[in-house]
Design a protein around this ligand. Structure first.
Ligand code: HEM
Ligand code: NAG
Ligand code: NAG
Ligand code: NAG
Length: 335
């Protein structure tokens, strides 16, 4: 499976994108707390174009980057709020988030954001925060993959520190029960519906074998595979991820149906016992989440609409404005 090849469907999405952008004009007069949709209109009018160009180039080289940028935005916002902390390198004083367990050898796209930031600095030095660039880049990536547009309100500041421990504690693990994952969303001001909808992000991208391998060979100490895994997917995954340590970082697509396309097939998979992660398949086991999974599997437009709404909520978690943040010059270090 070649996840690096360019997906020509993306060309159609650009057309969709233009149509969507026009419709989105309707949102632009909404009052949005300290953030606003026209925050950089005067100070950096080229920003949307620069971000779009940067994401386009990154996806053209590596289609998977769309998934990686979405996840990077999620992992930023979920740890002490959307403040670009995930982008900071470790220093001698601070153990940052890049090396936290859910991110190390896993989170990708830092260089894409760093490069877009460098381009933005050429046009409008010290005007645009890294966290806003990440929020915009994630949106562009999803639109270019065939997913919904959502308006990104702007004006977030970059934080001054990062926290490895918070990342280890606050990010969800695929091995923990659904109640625990739900609690982590609730702790961020999100709810169970947001959790089910945003899990639909697993309609694109890849996971390493170690994140689901116990389902293949020794599920919860039974010595047998997870009975809730479709047998034909099971045998495919067993050949991708043989039961030896050196297969741990091999990759399998999160959505076997349409690997690079942002659609509702994630929910069809879960309905069909072909969800990849335990935490994906768990959504069908709880009656409260199962009915949402069913609805999204039947109605791609409902999923697109609700995903956009939940992304707008996610992008506002723990935002910094005022004195407590800065506009970084480089995303990987504080000024
Ligand atoms: C609900 C709890 C969640 C859990 C337990 C979870 C877990 C994971 C895991 C284990 C991986 C594979 C990482 C690797 O193997 O390196 C992954 C990948 C991914 N996750 Fe999640 N995730 C969750 C929620 C989300 C949310 C809310 C989003 C975005 C809205 C998201 C977007 C992604 C994407 C796009 C990828 C693929 C990244 C790539 O290919 O680079 N996930 N997730
Ligand atoms: C293109 O993508 C590959 C990974 O698929 C990466 O190693 C390489 O650095 C990327 N090249 C550019 C110019 O971004
Ligand atoms: C789930 O959360 C409970 C309560 O916070 C905790 O005691 C338990 O260890 C967690 N389970 C897992 C598998 O993380
Ligand atoms: C459900 O799983 C079967 C494999 O058992 C597969 O052939 C079929 O395409 C799947 N359907 C959907 C909608 O994912």
């Amino acid at each position: 499976m070649d996840h690096k090849s360019f997906n020509p469907a993306a060309f159609f999405c650009i057309v969709l994108y233009l149509i969507n952008s026009i419709n989105a004009g309707a949102y632009y007069d909404k009052n949005d707390g300290p953030l606003s949709y026209n925050y950089y209109d005067k100070s950096c009018p080229n920003l949307p174009m620069i971000v779009r160009r940067g994401v386009w180039a990154a996806l053209k080289n590596d289609t998977r980057m769309a998934a990686s940028l979405l996840r990077l935005h999620f992992h930023d916002c979920f740890v002490d709020g959307c403040e670009g902390s995930i982008l900071l390198d470790d220093t001698k004083d601070i153990k940052g988030e890049k090396n936290a367990l859910p991110n190390r050898n896993s989170a990708r796209g830092y260089d894409v954001i760093d490069n877009i930031k460098a381009d933005v600095e050429k046009s409008c030095p010290s005007i645009v925060s890294c966290v806003d660039i990440l929020a915009l880049a994630a949106r562009e990536a999803i639109v270019m993959s065939g997913g919904p547009f959502w308006p990104v309100s702007l004006g977030r500041l970059d934080g001054l520190t990062a926290n490895e421990k918070s990342a280890n504690e606050q990010l969800p693990s695929p091995f923990e029960p659904l109640e625990n994952i739900t609690a982590k969303f609730v702790a961020k001001g999100l709810d169970m519906k947001d959790m089910v909808v945003l899990s639909g992000g697993h309609t694109i991208g890849f996971a390493q074998c170690f994140t689901f391998k116990r389902r293949l060979f020794n599920f919860k100490g039974t010595g047998k595979p997870d009975p809730s895994l479709n047998p034909s997917l099971l045998s495919n995954l067993q050949s991708t991820c043989p039961n030896v340590d050196n297969s741990n970082s091999k990759l399998a697509p999160l959505d076997i149906q349409t690997i690079n396309r942002f659609d509702n097939s994630y929910y069809k998979n879960v309905m069909n016992n072909t969800g990849l992660l335990e935490s994906d398949q768990a959504l069908i086991k709880d009656p409260k989440t199962a009915s949402m999974v069913k609805d999204y599997s039947n109605d791609p437009n409902l999923f697109a609409k609700d995903f956009a709404t939940s992304m707008m909520k996610l992008g506002k978690v723990g935002v910094i404005t005022g004195q407590s943040g800065q506009i970084r010059k480089k995303c990987s270090s504080v000024n």
